[in-house]
Design a protein around this ligand. Structure first.
Ligand code: IFM
Length: 404
């Protein structure tokens, strides 16, 4: 029920779920990120900032590789009918061309368990970390990685084919490329426009190759990416702001999707940010509420971003949306306001078919480590107990009754 007392119903067969990724929750991994987290350069950087390295080393994470039944119980308690999670490339193909039967079996059993609980798996094939052998070959800077990714996608999809219908090949390719190859903040810490350009092109080619592999295995597979789009809002009054907004929309929101537009069955949208354009980007704006990461909470933005996706004429799944909010002060409010705007977009003809909250449980937030708490369920990192925050039961009502 919204504040005004009106009930907003969502379309039938709507997917209500949560999203996570392997590196952020599984624990016990060995990949380019786990190596970087413990590298001398990274440790020196943390020392300088007087940070405890243990807060920034993924280690056992939420121990989900062991505790996956506990995660499924959380999903059950929420009444979720879908779960987006990722498989980890380094676990599945620890050596070049050698796939781990044990890891394949593990993920197969996991998706079977989800299905037994009537939870539709949305499998992300790549959510950022790389196996060490592939890092040593230059990762996504190397054109050969397109072929490695096609082989990886084909192998996993033929193994899980009977249980999985929805595949997300890549998570937020532009976020990865710009953090790792332009800002230099994530491994491999480069700052090069040429590398950025190459990586984006290779990621797009990787998606197209994986798309063809997945469709070749089963034409009914539904394949897309999870795209991080931002609402760029032009301040009123100046043509230059409209021009800058258009340029940003093209570069950040549209260009990658345009590159793969013939190879996607749906669009996955990850929505987190609004950006005011006023003779420059990210101009001061009074958000009223902010997350623990000081991200301005702007739920209206998702409506505009969804309208922008209408041009692609494809089903849309909101593959991520959420906030770091340890004290659970804003989460229920934010979910409600986001969903009001999603409902409004549906009313305007945007074919939104599902919503995945980021995140099911607290997890390892990349370079920001364990402090930001995105979970509907709080993790006790000593015992790995999962405990619902109050907003979990709020979201459960939405999942159960298909309405706000
Ligand atoms: O935790 C990340 C996730 O891995 C990708 N999308 C944004 C989330 C919050 O920063």
């Amino acid at each position: 029920m919204t504040a005004g007392g009106t009930e907003l119903k969502f379309p039938s067969k709507f997917f209500w779920g949560c999203a996570t990724s392997a590196h952020q929750i599984e624990g016990g991994l060995l990949n380019d990120w786990t190596e970087w987290e413990k590298s001398p350069g990274r440790l020196a950087d943390l020392k300088e900032k007087q940070e405890d390295p243990l807060d920034f080393i993924s280690g056992s994470a939420a121990n989900s590789f062991v505790e996956n039944n506990a995660d499924i119980s959380c999903l059950k308690d929420l009444g979720a009918n879908a779960y987006r999670f990722s498989v980890d490339w380094s676990r599945l193909e620890p050596q070049e061309g050698q796939f781990s039967e044990e890891a394949l079996q593990y993920y197969k059993e996991f998706v079977k368990k989800l299905r037994a609980h009537r939870i539709e798996p949305f499998v992300t094939l790549w959510h950022w970390p790389l196996p060490l052998w592939l890092r040593d070959k230059g990762g996504w800077e190397n054109r050969q990685t397109v072929a490695y990714f096609r082989r990886f996608a084909g192998r996993i999809a033929s193994y899980l084919d009977e249980e999985v219908n929805f595949w997300v090949t890549l998570n937020e390719p532009l976020v990865y490329a710009s953090q790792s190859y332009l800002a230099g903040e994530w491994p491999p810490n480069k700052k090069s426009y040429l590398s950025l350009w190459r990586v984006i092109n290779n990621l797009a080619a990787g998606h197209r190759a994986a798309y063809r592999a997945l469709k070749g295995i089963n034409g009914a597979n539904q394949v897309g990416i999870a795209k991080h789009n931002i609402y760029f809002e032009a301040a009123r009054g100046a043509g230059v702001n409209k021009f800058l907004k258009r340029a940003a929309d093209w570069w950040w929101n549209e260009r990658f999707l345009n590159k793969i537009k013939r190879q996607q069955d749906f669009i996955g949208l990850n929505y987190y940010f609004h950006n005011l354009v006023d003779y420059g980007f990210g101009r001061p704006f009074d958000y009223g509420k902010r997350s623990d990461l000081a991200w301005g909470l702007y739920p209206e933005g998702i409506y505009h971003v969804l309208r922008g996706l209408q041009r692609y004429d494809k089903p849309v799944y909101i593959t991520e949306n959420g906030l770091a909010d340890r004290g659970d002060q804003h989460r229920a409010w934010y979910i409600t306001e986001i969903l009001k705007n999603v409902h409004k977009a549906i009313g305007c003809g945007v074919p939104v078919k599902g919503y995945f909250h980021w995140s099911l449980i607290d997890n390892f937030e990349w370079a920001q480590g364990f402090r930001p708490r995105f979970g509907l369920y709080e993790i006790n990192y000593q015992t790995f107990e999962r405990r619902p925050r109050p907003s979990a039961s709020f979201y459960a009502d939405i999942c159960r009754y298909n309405r706000i």
